[in-house]
Write a new protein. Sequence first.
Lengths: 277, 311
Amino acid sequence: MREINQQVIEKIESKARRLRREVIRMVGIAGSGHPGGALSAADLVACLYFWEMRYDPKRPDWPDRDRFVLSKGHAAPLLYAVLAESGFFPPEMLGTLRRLGSPLQGHPDMRKLPGVEASTGSLGQGIGWAVGMALAARLDGRDSRVYVLLGDGELEEGMVWEAVMAASHYRLGNLVALIDNNGLQIDGPLSDVMSVEPIGDKFRAFGWETREIDGHEIGAILHTLNEARQVKDRPFAVIARTVKGKGCSFMEGQVDWHGKAPTPEELERALREFDSV
Amino acid sequence: MQVATRDAYGQALKELGEQYPDVVVLDADLSKSTKTVDFARAFPDRFFDMGIAEQNMMAVAAGLAASGKVVFASTFAIFATGRAYEQIRNSVAYAQLNVKVCATHAGITVGEDGSSHQSVEDIALMRVIPNMKVVVPADGPSTAWAVRAIYHQPGPVYLRMGRPKVPVVYDSVADLKIGQSVKLRDGGDVGILACGIMVSEALQAAAMLAEKGIEATVLDVHTIKPLDRESILETARKTGCLVTAEEHSIIGGLGGAVSELTASEYPVPVVRVGVRDLFGQSGNPRELMEYYGLTAQEIANAAQISMSQKG
C-alpha cells in the first residue's frame, strides 16, 4: 500500500485549490452554475482522482478502471475541472461551460465528454447507476471500484434509499458512497427545509459500514478510503462534514451561493484570494 | 391457439440468455408474473431482483448498461412507465443506454386487479421520449421475435406486453423488422391500423366488413416508434380513410401517432378505437374489452364511420 505522508497530503491540497479556482472561474465565465456544492466537495474529489482511483485518461473506456459517479450532478464544474486536470480533455474546453453546443453541459452528459461515467443531474439517480456498475464489475470478475458522490440534500430523494437498500442486499463491497454533508440546500439549511440527520445512523441501519469525517481534511479522507478497501462484504459510506462554498471567503456557508455565478468583480476577488495563498 | 405475450417473453428471454452472456435481467418483485423467472432460474448470476423499487431498478439498469451489459428490466407497464418515468427519461434514454424496458400487464386486460394496475397511457409516455423505440407485439410468436430483435437494436426500447392469453396471428415471423409494419390483409375501402392484442380483433373486423362487401387493409403496426410512415401513408392514399385500434388511451398512442402523421402529410379521416380517456376497472378481460369498446365489432363500426367521412 502506498504511504500517506505529508508530501502526498500537500500535493492533493494544492490540487484541490486548483480545482476550486477553476470551478469559480468556469462558473464566473459561464454566468450561471452551482459553485457552492462544487467547492464543498473539491477535497473529496481531489482525493479520488489524485490518489485513490485507477484510471487512464488515454483510455476512458478501459473496462478495469474505477468509476466515479457524480450523483449530485449540479457540481458538474468540479467534475469537469478534475477531468481536465487529469488529462481527459484539454483545459481550454473548460471555458465553454454551459454554452450552446459545448460538451460541458450544465449537468454531466456521458455521451458528450470523455471521462464522464454517468449522465446525471436529476438527483437521487446516480447512486442507482453506481449500484449497477458495482454489480457489473462483480459479474465480470473485475476488481474495479465504484465511487459515488451525493449531496446531503439529495438524500431527501426517496430512491436514494432504494439504492442504499439494494447495495446492502447485494453486499457490494466494491461500492463507496461519499456524502457531501454541507448542511445547506437551495431553500435553506437542511434542518429547516427537510431534516436528513442522523445520516450515519441511517446508512448503518441499512447495513452499510460508515465513517464520519471532516470532508476538508485530506489525510482523514485518504485514510478513510483506505479503510473502505478493507471492507469486502458490504458497501461503505463516508459522511463528510463540509462547508458549502469552501475556499472562497464570501461564499463559505452562504446558502445563496448554491446556484449563483459570481459577478466579474466577485470573480476577480475570488481569484485574487486563491492566487494569494 | 392462444399464447400470452408474457409467456412468450419469458421463454424468449431465457433462450436469449443461453446465446448471449451479456444479457442481464432485472425485475421488481414480479418475476413470476412478468415471467422473467424463467431466465432467473436458468441464469441466477445474471438476474437481480431489485425488490419493489422500480425507480432504482431503472437507474441500476443504466449502470449495468453503462458497463456493457444488455439489460432487460421488467415489471408491470404502469409501474415501469409511470412510477419510473423520469428515471427512464433521464438515466436510460438521455444517456442512450442499452436498456430494454420490457413491461407486461399493459392495458385493461390485466382484468380483475382493476385500474391501479391497468396502464392505458404507457405508449404515450414512452413514445414522447427522444431516443426511445416502442414495440407492441400482437401475439406470442411476434413477442419472441421482438425480444431477439430488440437485443440487436442498440439503445433504449420499450416493449409492451399483456397478461392474458391472446390468439396467435403469425405462422412465421421471419420477415418481421423493427419499424416496419406488416400488411395482414389487403383492401381498398378502409385501412385498419392496429397494435398488440387489437391486431387479431382488427382481422376479425375485416372479415365482418368483407361480408358487407367492404374490403379493408389491415396493418400490424407493431413498432409505434419509429413509426412506419411509408406503409401508413401508402394505406391512407389507397383507402382514403383510416381506423386505429389499440388497447390504450385514444390519446397519445398509436391513434395519436397516426393522426399526427396524417394531419401533416396526407390528411384523411382517422377514427381511433381505444380507451376513451378513462381509467380502467375490475372485471374479466373479455368483459372489459366489451365495456371499453375494444372489439372487432367496434372496429368494424369505426371503419364505416371513417368511410362515411371521406371527402
